[in-house]
Write a protein that binds this ligand. Structure first.
Ligand code: PBG
Length: 324
């Protein structure tokens, strides 16, 4: 009886040079966006306990940070603001002298080639912590949120923001923002919409970092049910119809199937947000010596790229680029 044949897959794994030759997926700092938390009234940096290695930054710390990120070749930053005061509507989000509006020129002056993205949402600015104004029954008023989000986007563009990134999950916000940007003379400013954003427990550490936890209830009335992948495609296509230039899936690692499905369904750049809980989960295990920090982060980020993400928003960006 003749033996069957089998393929020698290991031939192409025999040395680092060979592995490099046949590697299908590339990860470079240019693909990465680093989130920054800018806090009003803070001088210097203040560590975020739930996110080891991450800090909130005062306005005075931004120029140095921006120069360091640019030197590392990182693609850009995503800005989140911690305002001095909050109110019912979240008016700090569109204040001309708001914390993010002040931060943008500091960063652009220090590092003109570092792309500055502005997260557009109201939850960091509302006293109740929801992503839009409330109706008397406590639910978020979708249509009342739209002009406020649009005004926030225009005010960020006016401050010099390169990319507007709405993360609120109100229906119609991309259209409202596109129209407002165009009317204000910012027709060249692109929109990266957090299109498929799930109501995820992986955002836990972020809500401490950005002080944006809802005072009551949760976000399941506007963010997506983690069980729904087809619906995620519906969200993506709707945002593209309304004028989004790039779309995001969020979180990333537990949603690689969604990233892949979106990648196959659209031609625009796809971003994935490797969120706070994904970061803290790895960092906690690395700190305990349970995972090898030198390898695990590379593997996680490469896997997000392999699934189909062009752009990764990740808290690992700086440390990964420094160690590379
Ligand atoms: C604002 C916003 C959130 C995140 C990004 N933009 C929080 C939320 O929706 O609760 C989460 C980011 C992270 O967990 O790293 N709406």
């Amino acid at each position: 009886m003749e033996l069957g044949t089998f393929a020698r897959h290991r031939r192409l794994r025999s040395s680092e040079a060979m592995r490099r030759l046949v590697r299908e997926t590339e990860l470079t700092p240019a693909h990465l966006i680093y989130p920054l938390f800018v806090e009003a009234g803070l001088s210097g940096r203040s560590p975020i306990p739930s996110m080891p290695g991450q800090d909130r930054l005062g306005i005075d710390a931004l120029a140095d940070e921006a120069r360091r990120l640019a030197r590392l070749g990182i693609g850009g930053v995503m800005l989140f603001g911690l305002p001095a005061a909050k109110d019912d509507t979240g008016s700090g989000a569109w204040a001309a002298d708001g914390i993010v509006q002040q931060a943008i020129p500091r960063i652009k002056d220090a590092a003109p080639d570092l792309l500055v993205m502005g997260d557009v949402c109201l939850c960091e600015y509302t006293s109740h912590g929801h992503c839009g104004p409330l109706r008397p029954d406590g639910s978020v008023d979708n249509d009342a949120a739209l002009p406020l989000l649009a005004e926030t986007a225009v005010s960020l563009a006016r401050a010099g923001c390169d990319v507007i990134a709405p993360s609120d999950m109100m229906d119609g916000r991309v259209l409202a923002i596109r129209r407002a940007l165009d009317a204000a003379g910012f027709s060249d400013v692109p929109i990266l919409s957090y299109a498929a954003k799930f109501a995820s427990a992986f955002y836990g550490p972020f809500r401490e970092a950005a002080d944006s936890a809802p005072a009551f209830g949760d976000r399941r009335g506007y963010q997506m049910d983690p069980a729904n992948a087809r619906m995620a495609l519906g969200e993506v296509l709707a945002d593209l119809d309304q004028g989004a230039d790039m779309v995001m899936v969020k979180p990333a690692l537990p949603y690689l199937d969604v990233i892949r499905a979106v990648r196959e369904a659209v031609t625009v750049p796809v971003a994935a947000y490797n969120v706070s809980g994904e970061y803290s989960m790895l960092m906690a295990a690395i700190e305990r010596g349970w995972l090898d920090g030198g390898r695990i982060i590379d593997e996680a980020l490469t896997s997000i790229r392999r699934a189909g993400a062009d752009i990764i928003i990740t808290y690992h960006a700086k440390q990964w680029a420094e160690r590379r």
